[in-house]
Design a binder for this molecule. Structure first.
Ligand SMILES: *Cc1c(COP(=O)(O)O)cnc(C)c1O
Length: 380
């Protein structure tokens, strides 16, 4: 929460414009985050993961600061280009692409693609001949609050074969990637994947294929309720692992921060619509907000991301509350298994501030489920 955001919200209210929840994002925080990444990992190139928040102002600022961009679709490629990034600063990092989208990316100048299967390599060899490819390896996502499971990547032995296939088809077998799981609170979790990467580098070198790059993915956390280590601690742990596994032949590296770049730059202001109980002796209050899973807070799924919530009554006595969204869908409950303690003095109509909401909120918002408009976004 920054003074600029608080001032913006005050002006909005004074001008009678507070007609629904909104996310306000402070670009100064994004600038600071970019600088912290650049300092903590000085030899690593930053590819901002566009999906975390593709607001044009965010992309333009990062393009000016020298960032590269990790994109997952043709539209994201176009958004990054429109923000001023040249195509040599883009990667098409989704391992699941239609061949015609690969062709379109190639036309737009993109030459760096992610793969995790031989079938995807074949598409790229046809639609983007001569490009660089990196193969994603599976990563358990242990210790992450938002693990990415088994959807992306392949086992290390297969990765070597996928890259060999790429080499055979005239592509540049450029390197490896992995993602340790989003909101990864343990800086040592990069070690295992770097160890596997070094083994694949050696195996392929013996077969005459010299990989150059390791893509360290995202996973850098935002502070929600629990404390998280500083970016510097991640930089140090990663560098130690690179040294340990690659010796003095450290490859080129890139990172793809999403949440860690924009999460703490944004704040959502929402309103209490109803406070009620289900029975006279109910132990919890039900607090319904005008924001829920369908208009910005999708990451409360399975109560995985627990956002800090501020109210004007902070400091008063608190009571356990089930927190829910406004729609008529019963999954639209934010925290119930682990109730949220909110002030007893909270009232219908009170504003609440939900912190750390600059990443994965606006774009996770449905177009108009149940008539609730998508989350408004202001970038200041
Ligand atoms: C989503 C995504 C990221 C960003 O992850 P964060 O945990 O938000 O930093 C990075 N790389 C890829 C390939 C992604 O899909």
């Amino acid at each position: 929460m920054t003074d600029r955001i608080i001032e913006f919200l005050r002006d909005r209210r004074q001008n009678g414009l507070d007609d629904g929840p909104c996310m306000v994002l402070d670009l100064d925080v994004v600038r600071d985050n970019y600088t912290s990444f650049a300092r903590a990992l000085p030899d690593t190139r930053v590819f901002y993961a566009v999906k975390a928040n593709p607001a044009p102002e965010v992309l333009s600022l990062l393009a000016q600061l020298g960032s590269c961009f990790d994109t997952a679709s043709v539209v994201e490629i176009q958004q990054a280009l429109a923000a001023g990034a040249s195509p040599d600063r883009l990667s098409y990092g989704n391992t699941i692409k239609k061949e015609r989208d690969i062709a379109r990316a190639y036309e737009l100048g993109v030459r760096l693609f992610a793969v995790d299967s031989e079938a995807e390599v074949e598409k790229i060899a046809r639609a983007a001949p001569g490009s660089r490819v990196f193969c994603r390896i599976l990563c358990a996502g242990e210790g992450a609050e938002w693990p990415l499971s088994r959807k992306f990547g392949c086992v290390p032995e297969m990765a070597a074969r996928v890259l060999e296939h790429a080499h055979r088809l005239g592509l540049v077998a450029y390197g490896l990637s992995f993602h340790v799981g989003s909101q990864q609170r343990n800086p040592r979790m990069w070690d295992g994947a770097l160890k596997s990467s070094a083994t694949i580098f050696r195996d392929l070198a013996e077969r005459g294929i010299h990989l150059q790059m390791v893509n360290l993915g995202g996973g850098f956390p935002t502070k929600y309720l629990k404390d998280v280590p500083a970016v510097k601690a991640y930089g140090q742990a990663i560098f130690r692992s690179l040294r340990k596994h690659f010796g003095n032949r450290i490859p080129e590296t890139i990172i793809e921060p999403g949440r860690g770049m924009v999460g703490n730059a944004g704040l959502i202001e929402a309103e209490v619509v109803l406070i009620s109980k289900k029975a006279d002796d109910d132990k919890v209050n039900w607090v319904y907000l005008d924001i829920g899973k369908f208009n910005g807070l999708a990451e409360t799924m399975d109560e995985m991301i627990r956002y800090p919530i501020r109210t004007e009554f902070d400091g008063d006595e608190t009571t356990p509350c089930v927190l829910a969204g406004p729609t008529c869908d019963s999954v639209d409950v934010l925290y119930e298994k682990d109730p949220y303690f909110l002030p007893v003095s909270l009232e219908i109509g009170s504003k609440v501030l939900i912190e750390g909401t600059g990443a994965y909120t606006t774009t996770y918002s449905a177009v108009g489920f149940n008539g609730f408009p998508p989350l408004k976004s202001y970038v200041i």
